[in-house]
Design a binder for this molecule. Structure first.
Ligand code: HEM
Length: 267
């Protein structure tokens, strides 16, 4: 049954039941990342703002230079924040590698056949074709989100490695320095291109309101899960049923044990 045909009382029940989607470590890492991007992106653009390239308006170039007291300081600020960003992210991944990173990669990142089907259909639907075709059910993240996560992971590695090469350019061979700059640019550009959709979907798109708040509370309602991430919702149901089975077995076992002990205590 499609989620649009669910009777009202069942809707209410699903809306009030919450599932945990994000753990605190992921939430903190995500918002730390957002904060770092807010500092790195404008200062990075400001560094590149030469009148010759014409990438940003003159007032912006002047504003940043005035705020930081010159280009040298601006560059120093940019790479210091960049190094802090690298340190915290790498530290987080190493500390939480087995507990968070591997389970996340294994359960939430891999693309399956349904995802491939989704990727084939969704772009056409956005262009107004195949409107009647039902999209395959999705995991905790839909195929578009999964794909973007790969862009974020590889783009972030590209930015970090090239950033380190540019910061400590005296110790690297000239060829590496030349490669580092375009790698830095392309990596930033690929993340920012998707980020526009990511931020729009996360912070503005009404249907995804719950996803936005889940990045603070960690939770989404069963209603949202069922409507947008049906495969993940079914997995949660299976987990619940397995848990209920376990409780039932445990109760039966203790009742049996109790019954066996009864005659002994009666004597
Ligand atoms: C103000 C800016 C941002 C907003 C409003 C925002 C919003 C969100 C939301 C709502 C989710 C949860 C999606 C879901 O559960 O279905 C999410 C997850 C995610 N976001 Fe963002 N985001 C922002 C910036 C960024 C930036 C700058 C990056 C990386 C460059 C990023 C990368 C990710 C990734 C990889 C995930 C999935 C991993 C996780 O759940 O921790 N986001 N974001």
């Amino acid at each position: 049954m499609g989620h649009k045909n669910i009777p009202l009382p069942e809707r209410r029940r699903l809306r009030s039941k919450m599932y945990k989607k994000h753990n605190l470590a992921n939430i903190l890492t995500h918002w730390f990342n957002v904060g770092m991007w807010l500092l790195l992106l404008p200062t990075g653009i400001a560094i590149l703002s030469s009148p010759r390239l014409g990438l940003s308006p003159l007032w912006m170039q002047e504003m940043f230079r005035n705020v930081f007291g010159g280009t040298a300081n601006l560059i120093r600020f940019h790479y210091t924040v960049g190094l802090l960003w690298i340190f915290v992210l790498v530290f987080n991944i190493l500390v939480g590698f087995r507990r968070y990173f591997v389970p996340f990669a294994a359960t939430r990142l891999l693309l399956d056949q349904d995802d491939i089907e989704w990727l084939k259909t969704k772009p056409l639907q956005m262009l107004g074709f195949m409107k009647d075709k039902e999209l395959p059910p999705q995991d905790a993240y839909n195929a578009g989100q999964k794909l973007y996560m790969y862009v974020v992971i590889f783009g972030t590695i590209g930015i970090m490695v090239s950033g380190v090469v540019m910061t400590f350019n005296q110790v690297f061979p000239p060829l590496l320095k030349q490669i580092a700059q375009p790698v830095h640019w392309v990596s930033v550009f690929s993340i920012v291109a998707g980020l526009i959709i990511h931020v729009y979907m996360g912070a503005v798109f009404p249907e995804e309101k719950e996803a936005f708040f889940s990045m603070f509370s960690g939770k989404v309602s069963a209603w949202y899960a069922r409507a947008h991430h049906e495969k993940w919702y079914n997995e949660k149901l299976r987990e619940e049923m397995a848990w209920e089975d376990l409780v039932r077995q445990e109760l039966a076992r203790s009742a049996e044990q109790h019954a066996q002990e009864q005659p002994a205590t009666a004597d």
